[in-house]
Design a protein around this ligand. Structure first.
Ligand SMILES: Nc1ncnc2c1ncn2[C@@H]1O[C@H](COP(=O)(O)OP(=O)(O)OP(=O)(O)O)[C@@H](O)[C@H]1O
Ligand SMILES: [Mg+2]
Length: 274
């Protein structure tokens, strides 16, 4: 299963992606975690130390090149084999998880360059690394721009993290609509940070009204904040906290889903908006 976490800034994408990776790995599954955020921090959530995270070599966006096939369609090609790529760039995080980090494109993003090459590389990598590991889990950049560009077009499941306030829910709805346009087989909302029944119901009711499927509800968890204060991953800080248990339930539900056959039009073809 190729999974991506998406949602508004600060909604909880990295916490979810990193913790899911740890839970699957703890169950003996081989996991490739991809940090697709230009401001990467998945390493810490996977339990790596800040020092080890600082030593990671980021994958340059040039790892994927756009070529034309015989029919003139745009096609992404890796510039090295998967084995070479993993050997050169993957770092071992806790529980045997292989982590690769995209980082920023070389020309920067502060008004000077664009993120196209980086988006393209993430998209290509998600497609290329399918055969390595049982799950790839990609932590995406906040917002919708990468979705409009089809960055996560190659995933099987998009987990849309929603918080209990209006703008987050509206963003989740728009995200789900875009994900469906990309023909992503499983598009599921993860309710996050509800501080009580009213919050929980706000997300659940909104999703029911708009026909969005909620795969799990992660309540507000004080231990997540404490973990951050101590520079630890939530999973290592309190493996049985209420939030981690809720993410375990989500992992169970994901495991129970079979990967459906590929949906026509979901690959990198003429429609690539690279
Ligand atoms: N269920 C929760 N309860 C309490 N705090 C939470 C919960 N989920 C996430 N957080 C906290 O919210 C903050 C943002 O979480 P996280 O970094 O996972 O979000 P993000 O969507 O990846 O953010 P960004 O858009 O900046 O990448 C962190 O401090 C995290 O500990
Ligand atoms: Mg994040």
């Amino acid at each position: 299963m190729k999974i991506a976490t998406v949602g508004k800034g600060g909604s909880g994408k990295t916490t979810l992606a990193g913790t899911l990776a740890r839970i699957f790995a703890e169950r003996g599954q081989r996991i490739v975690a991809i940090d697709g955020d230009p401001n990467p921090n998945l390493a810490l959530t996977l339990g790596m130390t800040p020092d080890a995270a600082d030593r990671i070599t980021y994958i340059p966006p040039s790892i994927m090149t756009l070529v034309k096939d015989e029919a003139g369609n745009s096609k992404l090609e890796p510039t090295m084999s998967n084995d070479a790529l993993m050997e050169k760039f993957a770092v071992r995080a806790n529980d045997g998880i292989d982590l690769i980090v995209m980082g920023k494109p070389a020309h920067g993003t502060a008004g000077t360059g664009c993120m196209c090459s980086s988006h393209r590389a993430v998209r290509g990598l998600i497609a290329e690394l399918t055969d390595i590991g049982e799950h790839t889990i990609t932590d995406m950049e906040a917002g919708l721009e990468h979705l409009k560009r089809g960055t996560a077009r190659n995933v099987d499941m998009m987990l849309v993290v929603a918080e209990p306030y209006y703008r987050s829910l509206e963003a989740a709805l728009r995200t789900c609509e875009l994900a469906r346009e990309l023909n992503i087989p499983f598009v599921k909302v993860v309710s996050n940070k509800a501080r009580g029944e009213e919050d929980r119901a706000a997300i659940a009711d909104f999703c029911a009204k708009h026909d969005l499927e909620v795969i799990g509800e992660v309540p507000w968890d004080e231990d997540f904040a404490k973990a951050e204060q101590q520079g630890k991953s939530p999973y290592d800080h309190a493996p049985t906290s209420v939030g981690i248990r809720a993410i375990r339930d989500i992992a169970d539900r994901i495991a129970a889903l079979a990967v459906p056959p590929a949906v026509p039009g979901s690959g990198d073809g003429a429609a690539a908006r690279a």
